[in-house]
Design a protein around this ligand. Structure first.
Ligand SMILES: Nc1nc2c(c(=O)[nH]1)N[C@H]1C(S)=C(S)[C@@H](COP(=O)(O)O)O[C@H]1N2
Ligand SMILES: [Mo]
Length: 415
């Protein structure tokens, strides 16, 4: 039964989170032990490293997507890989790394952790610093955090502007698969900024990626306001689902900015500029803003909206008879308070059964019993989040197709 599976899986998730905490602790004590044991040797190794601190980071290659992305799990859209929602059916709460979507503006760089440094500099700090991978791994426990959060592209579901509302938006024509939820472990960005002696006058923090430059636009980078940069859940992440961060998801470190659009969570960070002046990049000026008649002020795209997805192929074919539909709903603002399903074109709505694991800025799994007879159906799912936002039937157009959060019409053939 689906709900029993939910209960079973919830226990596993809780167990997993406890293990992750324990493992992080024992590994750190191990490393500390090793440093003491090697004594002088550690120092003599550290010296040449220090003198190399300002050397450029070695990116050996920047090519495509590194992990296998088979057609059962992903749809290829240019340099990106969209997760197929049917690949989440029967999975636990988390999105395994092997099926987590990949959004690359250019390519996945291969970075050597031992040559990598995170440089924090700019008018907003008193003392620029270079931080090594080991310093990240060995940061004090009080500076570290482990969170379960979604990363979702601002353009997730963009394709429906065209297919559902008749006005295609420019950009990657995602369906609903540019989202995933993982356990992220990292060092709080606030703790690293403190090491560079953050000034009280700093206003913007701009992380920059080490992936290839986008033609004419430079390296991928987008400023965060200082308040968001200092939020305790804004992390410089080095682990995903309890393992080393995979190359495609930002190895050696990426930013995680929970609740905000994916572009905020810069991967392969090599440099962070902190400024007393507002900062600009193409990613907060010419893109990742809402442009269109409905948005005269062209607001920045920051917080994520509310969405829902069925764990079915798009379109789906099902056998007639009694069965359970499953899916997930999520919000950038909080948890999900209700999910309703309509199988009659939106005339009537029935509540879906929500699982108890309903984490803020992640998702909730739900199930819905259905006994269809043969025919053509459109299944609609509508979620309400804890902030009271209800997925609308349509959303106003914006030229770059961000934040499509209308109810999606999922075509289902029952035979
Ligand atoms: N350096 C860098 N960071 C990046 C990107 C990129 O192309 N380069 N893509 C961004 C976008 S648009 C999204 S949606 C997320 C996707 O994260 P993922 O590929 O780990 O799923 O990473 C963000 N961080
Ligand atoms: Mo994105």
């Amino acid at each position: 039964m689906t709900l029993d599976e939910f209960a079973y899986d919830r226990e596993r998730l809780e167990q997993r989170l406890r293990q992750l905490g324990d493992r992080a602790l024992s590994r750190r004590s191990l490393l500390r032990g090793a440093a003491v044991a090697t004594g002088g040797t550690a120092l003599s190794v550290a010296l040449p490293r220090l003198s190399q601190a300002a050397d450029p980071v070695v990116v050996t290659t920047c090519a495509g997507v590194v992990k296998p992305t088979p057609p059962e799990l992903f749809r290829t859209l240019g340099t990106n890989r969209e997760m197929l929602w049917e690949a989440m059916a029967g999975q636990g709460y988390l999105t395994p790394a092997d099926r987590f979507f990949v959004r690359n503006h250019t390519c996945t760089p291969q970075i050597e952790a031992r040559n990598w440094r995170l440089r924090i500099e700019g008018s907003g700090v008193e003392r620029p610093v270079n931080i090594s991978y080991n310093e990240i791994l060995n940061a004090p426990d009080s500076d570290k955090a482990t969170v379960v959060k979604a990363v979702e592209c601002a353009g997730n579901a963009r394709g429906f502007f065209g297919t559902q509302q008749g006005t295609p938006a420019s950009g990657t024509q995602w369906r609903l698969g540019a989202v995933g939820v993982a356990v992220w472990t990292g060092v709080r960005l606030s703790a690293l900024l403190k090491r560079a002696r953050l000034k009280s006058t700093a206003v913007d923090v701009m992380p920059e990626g080490l992936d290839d430059e986008v033609t004419g636009q430079g390296h991928v980078r987008r400023p965060l306001p200082i308040e968001k940069a200092l939020h305790p859940d804004t992390l410089v992440v080095y682990q995903m689902n309890g393992r080393e961060l995979p190359p495609d998801h930002g190895f050696p470190v990426r930013l995680l900015v929970p609740g905000w659009v994916g572009i905020s969570s810069i991967k392969w960070v090599g440099r962070i500029e902190v400024s007393e002046q507002p900062l600009y990049s193409p990613w907060n000026t010419t893109s990742y803003r809402l442009f269109g008649d409905a948005y005269p002020d062209s607001p920045l795209v920051t917080e994520q909206v509310v969405k829902s997805a069925l764990e079915l192929p798009f379109p789906a074919t099902l056998a007639a008879g009694s069965q359970t539909l499953t899916g997930r709903s999520w919000s950038g603002k909080g948890t999900i308070s209700a999910v309703e399903v309509s199988v009659d074109g939106g005339a009537t709505w029935t509540p879906a059964q929500l699982d108890r694991v309903n984490l803020s800025q992640a998702w909730v799994r739900w199930s819905f019993p259905w006994s269809p007879t043969p025919g053509q159906y459109v299944v609609k799912v509508r979620a309400t989040d804890s902030a009271g936002r209800v997925q609308p039937p349509t959303v106003p157009f914006n030229t770059q197709g961000y934040l499509f959060w209308a109810v999606v019409n999922h075509p289902v053939t029952v035979q």
